[in-house]
Design a protein around this ligand. Sequence first.
Ligand code: M6R
Length: 611
Amino acid sequence: MCGIVGYIGSKDCVPLLINSLKRLEYRGYDSAGLGVISNGESQVIKRKGKVSVLEKDLDQITLKQPNLGIAHTRWATHGVPNEVNAHPHFNTDKSLFVIHNGIIENYLTIRKGLQSLGYDFITDTDSEVIPQLIDSFLKKGYALVKAVHLALSKIEGTYGLAIVYANEPDKLIAARKGSPLVIGVGNNENFVASDVSAIIAHTKHVVYLEDGEIAEIYKDKFYTRTLDEEIIDKEVHKITMTLDEIDKGGYDHFMLKEIMEQPLSVCNSMRGRLIADKGTSKLGGLEAVEDKLVQSKRIVLSACGTSWHAALAGEYMLEQHTRIQTEVEYASEFRYRNPIISPDDVMFFISQSGETADTLAALREAKIRGALVLGICNVVGSSIPRETHAGVYTHAGPEIGVASTKAFTSQLVILALITLNLARKRNMSLIDGKNIVKEMDLLPKKIEQILKLNEQIEEIAEEFKDAENFLYLGRGYNFPVALEGALKLKEISYIHAEGYPAAEMKHGPIALIEEKLPSIFIAPQDSTYEKIITNIQEVKARKGRVIAIASESDKNIDSLVDFSIKIPETIRMLMPILSVIPLQLLAYHIAVKKGLNVDQPRNLAKSVTVE
Ligand code: M6R
């Protein structure tokens, strides 16, 4: 949460920072601000709302050619989103600017201490203590770098920080503990950002800061140190992401672009990983731990949100085909109930961003308890892949829309590849393995076919856009899809939706059924089909309206439901990869028809870096 970008070099940094900040808006967008320095003079501007609101008022910056600056887009934790609480925060004479992503847990104690020394506080944020605390050390005569070290030694909590000081205009300071930060290494200019998407227009060379590291960045060099001030050498990585990948590419919204990209993203997740003649898969990132994985007695999959829904489908896949006991854990709950995890266990942490604070915290807990910890992540170089023992990248490409779509289908693909690999090494026959490979190969084409239903789904969205509640129902592999469909609708259309196992409906939710409550059944012709048809009839008997996601060969269902969306079939394990796509499109069209901002829904952020 919160996007950070900073620049030091010779260019006018204002337009550069604003453009970079726009690429970080998926991290938060309730307010934005900019602090710049030129010839020892400083100026700050902040606005409530999106970066575009701030952009309209940039003519108020009177400094000529500022070449040092930091900017922030906020997702509020402490203090309502308004201009005062927006970042940068500053010291009394506004010579020192700080932007912060994270939470300072002991801010009240620090604030009281500083107030007793005469410091005034003007915001409701936890972050404001940082510039004031640094200022208190500057006033004692320390130089900026030392003052930052001293201040951070007193701070408890999490932070990604960028700091500039008008009296030392040759440097930009960055520090990380729990919130991601990268340094962009340019030619006679350097950058700092929450993630690489903000700076790839300027450089492809980055350094990932680790927790407990502070960087002192000049325009032509940088130094990194631990909190104990020991110098550390950092590797410069070359990134492969391109600007095209993070643009809308002609679509109205990132979400639609990302839904439409799924034939390709699913293909990229499988690329080079299927071995047709051996009926298996190859995952280079897991080879080193393969033996332990194959012999494991228990696998635990942990994640949050959409990634948790992928984990749930993964549980079904692994149990069905490998017969290894598999469990799914909400990463956000994992640490709070003394979980039973032993060194014999294998834990997978699934995350699009690789930065979700709850998932990272669960990972660290599992590591302490001695488990083999593995990652399934999309963002290359993010924290989770760096902290796990081994793992697999999903290679779905950058996902910018806050509602996760292509990352989900790619996570399912990776879980299927892992299942196939383990099952073939344990008990699966060559014929069965080959059949899975064949079905996986066909997925991109089948997704293309489903995407052609876009117009039909848009019409259904028109019909149901004013409903106030929705039920999503599915059995077996389609239960996680029901949960995911409901989450998609909730987060972007603000319509209340519940995902439920279809068979559980009669144990309670059936009381809700009436004309105004649409039910969406995920009802492909698999082994649960007959039973789900019974559930559909139960809804119809109570005058409920039904939309069914059904198999293309299913001729009977049309007479039972109000609307059916016919999709191609595949084997059960892979069905969620297909059946979720109409639900993504339905949520998208309903939100657009309601005039909502689908890429930046209220109260949400793409990467949830607070616990
Ligand atoms: O980056 P992660 O996969 O770890 O994110 C987990 C959730 O925050 C995320 O899936 C969230 O639920 C999405 N907004 C869902 O669309």
